[in-house]
Design a protein around this ligand. Structure first.
Ligand SMILES: Cc1cc2nc3c(=O)[nH]c(=O)nc-3n(C[C@H](O)[C@H](O)[C@H](O)COP(=O)(O)O)c2cc1C
Length: 318
């Protein structure tokens, strides 16, 4: 059960990808996802060349299962993207997920190096152009997701069927998946798999501090909010003092530079690792409202799969 084209493409037991989360998707979290039968991703965005290499080596020491590296194609330092690409090629990483801007300039280089290329984007339009650029699968980020969700404001129930009708390559649904019900519904919509982010923030292997994880468990589905709308971007985050401040500033007409003190990495690290959940803006999806406890990654994935099996059996016995 639950064998799709994605299982074959990634060489995994379950078509469930652990979404890359800046600062949190370390080798330990990625390996835990892969060891549980899913597909783990290391988030490269905040890592130096040496740190990324080290994370890849650590991940290899923790799992013999497939894993990949997520490379954000938007960065304040233009050299950073080429640096990440060089590292994954040098290190013989077999899977890369690019995200944000067009993967077109990088796909050939990745594929010529024997890398399976996935791309994450937030509109069907961009998914189509990623397919034209030659990627092997596309992750579609819905309005439900944490982080940057694009400006179409469409849920996966609309986008996934449109994407699977328009594309030949596998489509992965990202956003709002925390249990077996959402997993089955994504597959029913035609997705070849799912990507989960927010649910993994409240996992034992997530490196965030206890205070942060408990805050996520306490989060209601209505506690997320969009910032950066005034800058023509949509960034879904947990409502807190920093997010309120950003919204207040946005009413006065600001640039990204004005928002950086609240959105930047220093504040985010305080939220994630230093018990100060009000200090900075942190991506979070409304699926947080359905998280009831901090569990191991294996328990999370096992629960998703066993719920999904029950659903399929129930549906087919009627
Ligand atoms: C704290 C956090 C940080 C994230 N950082 C990244 C990132 O660096 N690169 C990226 O492509 N996506 C990032 N995402 C998005 C996730 O990879 C994933 O696509 C998204 O969380 C899926 O939606 P869900 O949270 O509803 O499961 C982040 C998400 C969270 C919650």
């Amino acid at each position: 059960m639950f064998k799709t084209r994605l299982n074959d493409l990634l060489g995994v037991e379950y078509p469930i990808i652990g979404g890359a989360m800046a600062y949190l998707s370390t080798a330990e979290l990625a390996a835990a996802v892969s060891n549980a039968g899913g597909f783990g991703l290391i988030a490269a965005v905040t890592l130096t060349r040496e740190e990324l290499k080290e994370q890849i080596h650590t991940c290899r020491s923790l799992t013999d299962k497939p894993f990949g590296v997520n490379i954000a194609l938007i960065h304040r330092d233009p050299d950073k993207i080429n640096q990440d690409i060089e590292v994954v090629i040098e290190e013989g990483v077999r899977f890369v997920e690019t995200a944000a801007l067009s993967p077109e300039p990088y796909v050939k280089k990745l594929k010529d190096s024997g890398i399976t290329a996935l791309h994450k984007c937030a509109t069907v339009r961009h998914a189509k152009s990623a397919e034209r650029a030659g990627v092997d699968a596309v992750t579609l980020v819905g309005f439900e997701a944490a982080g940057h969700t694009g400006l179409d404001d469409l849920p996966l129930s609309i986008m996934v069927p449109q994407a699977v009708d328009a594309l030949k390559i596998p489509v992965i649904a990202a956003g709002g998946v925390g249990d077996g019900r959402a997993f089955v519904s994504a597959l029913a919509l035609g997705a070849s798999g799912v990507q989960i982010g927010t649910r993994l923030m409240a996992s034992r292997e997530c490196p965030a501090c206890h205070t942060f994880k408990e805050w996520i468990v306490q989060t209601q589905a209505t506690d997320t909010v969009y910032v950066e709308r005034s800058l023509n971007r949509a960034y879904r985050v947990r409502r807190n003092k920093a997010a309120e401040k950003v919204l207040e500033l946005e009413e006065t007409g600001v640039t990204m530079l004005d928002l950086l003190p609240y959105i930047g990495g220093d504040r985010l690290r305080k939220v994630l690792f230093e018990d100060d959940v009000e200090a900075g803006v942190v991506p979070c999806g409304p699926v947080a409202g359905m998280i009831d406890s901090v569990m191991s990654v294996r328990e999370i994935i096992d629960r998703i799969v066993s719920q999904a099996k029950d659903i399929v059996e129930r549906l087919s016995s009627n």
